[in-house]
Design a protein around this ligand. Structure first.
Ligand code: NDP
Length: 441
């Protein structure tokens, strides 16, 4: 902590991982003697840069850009870019650290990285977003490449931003390669990539439920957020016969006891992706729903106090605190599958584990997004495109394999059912062994 002051999210992520690695470290003293822990917590390379751009009034704006190249033991750095005013070094380091183990779990050859900016795309015109993206890529392009570092989207970075970033990379480098994932279908993108994180998170919940001989059919579900991950979580829940009844954005929550059906989901997609509107409009359009605005004075999130069988946190980090976890447990929630990265605080995670909730930690449950990015890279390298069914089938099998790995690793290391231990040890072993093989790197 003295070495990385004020990086509280990074400390939180490192603490969670290191505590759960203890059973593995006891069996592998070579990881200690070779200082693997000291090495995996230090980024291989950390880039911070100025991003100047003109707004529509002709005034100069200056943002800060970041790329954290955390670990390349098993492949090129891979991880998203986040554009949000809250972005800082500690948040991106936590995300990059988690990404290393997540990517290892996918079974694909990808190292870990993360990046972004404190730029806020909200309220900006398309031209402003484009000028920002072009300036951001003007610096970033010298550090990345299809065999070096392959960024993707995250909060605030969707198809529009990836398009502008890719266009600028191509102009500057004069090459058309798979340097970014999440690309448009006409120019190298993969089918199912937009859906992958949400679909994967639901597939993971399905696998957890199979261990207690249940399915998602008829289960009442809470989903936070209303962005990329939330939208496709809701879609896959509907495919599997579940009943999503709530979602949110940074201003408030909608609770729709009648259920968010396909027509309402189509409305959300148009509202959020095309009109870039607020979720409060949903309650004006559909009278079965109630809108609850965010109240910063509350010590809990009312979304997690709605009675439901399953919860899919899909907005942001630390959106479930201890009180929220207690509310979910009290109301009979039996499944938590994390679409967002680190949405539960350490206290909340421990409460879920103690209560025997089927708890799918982010680095396992939301790995479907990056796994499908890995499939996009494979298609780009081969210069061909797989069908929707082919990609979905591979994604589904990867999620089944990740769950199996986490489940069996937890048993092997004496913590049956604890998928936090299973995911952390499962992801870590491959990284640690690869680092040992490659000498002092
Ligand atoms: P989007 O930007 O598409 O959507 C984010 C959603 O969460 C929006 O509804 C947003 O509200 C809400 N939100 C964001 N920040 C906050 C906040 N501080 N408080 C309350 N609500 C907030 O992002 P994604 O769906 O891509 O990402 C969501 C989460 O999933 C993140 O944790 C991300 O790291 C993780 N993730 C995403 C992957 C992907 O493939 N996209 C892959 C793996 C993980 P508003 O509309 O008001 O901004």
């Amino acid at each position: 902590k003295a070495k990385n002051p004020a990086e509280k999210e990074f400390h939180q992520a490192v603490q969670e991982v290191l505590e759960s690695l203890i059973p593995a470290l006891e069996r592998h003293p070579e990881y200690i003697s070779h200082k693997i822990l000291e090495r995996v917590t230090e980024p291989e390379r950390l880039l911070m840069f100025r991003v100047p751009w003109f707004d529509d009034k002709g005034e100069i704006q200056v943002n800060r850009g970041f790329r954290i190249e955390m670990n390349s033991a098993i492949g090129p750095y891979k991880g998203g870019l986040r554009f949000h005013p809250s972005v800082n070094l500690g948040i991106l380091k936590f995300l990059a650290f988690e990404q290393v183990f997540k990517n290892s779990l996918t079974t694909l050859p990808m190292g870990g990285g993360k990046g972004g900016s404190d730029f806020d795309p909200k309220g900006k015109s398309d031209n402003e977003v484009m000028r920002f993206c072009q300036s951001f890529m003007t610096e970033l392009q010298r550090h990345i490449g299809p065999d070096t570092d392959v960024p993707a989207g995250d909060i605030g970075v969707g198809g529009r931003e990836i398009g502008f970033l890719f266009g600028q990379y191509k102009r500057l480098r004069n090459e058309f390669t798979g340097v970014l994932t999440g690309k448009g279908l006409n120019w190298g993108g993969s089918l199912i990539r937009p859906e992958a994180t949400g679909y994967g998170c639901v597939y993971f919940a399905e696998e957890m439920l199979k261990t207690v001989k249940q399915t998602l059919e008829g289960k009442v579900c809470l989903v936070s957020g209303s962005g990329n991950v939330s939208q496709y979580t809701i879609e896959k829940l509907l495919d599997l016969g579940a009943k999503p009844i709530a979602c949110s954005d940074s201003n408030g929550i909608i609770h729709d006891p009648a259920g968010i059906d396909r027509e309402k989901l189509a409305y959300i997609l148009d509202l959020k992706n095309t009109k870039r509107g607020r979720i409060s409009d949903y309650a004006e359009k559909f009278k079965t729903a109630k809108y609850i605005p965010v109240d910063p004075k509350l010590d809990h999130n009312p979304l997690w106090d709605i009675k439901a069988d399953c919860a899919f946190p899909s907005a942001t980090q630390n959106e479930i605190n201890a009180k929220d976890a207690k509310n979910l447990i009290k109301n009979g929630c039996k499944v938590v599958s994390e679409g967002a990265n680190m949405p539960s605080t350490l206290e909340a995670t421990n409460l879920f584990l103690e209560a025997g909730v089927l708890y799918g930690p982010a680095k396992a449950a939301n790995a479907g997004g990056v796994a499908t990015s890995g499939l996009e890279m494979a298609q780009n390298s081969a210069r061909l495109a797989w069908t929707r069914e082919e990609v979905d089938h591979r994604l589904h099998n990867i999620m089944i394999a990740i769950h199996k790995n986490c489940f069996e690793t937890a048993e092997k290391y004496g913590k049956p059912g604890n998928l936090v231990v299973g995911a952390n040890i499962g992801g870590f072993l491959k990284i640690a062994d690869s680092m040992l093989d490659q000498g002092l790197v």
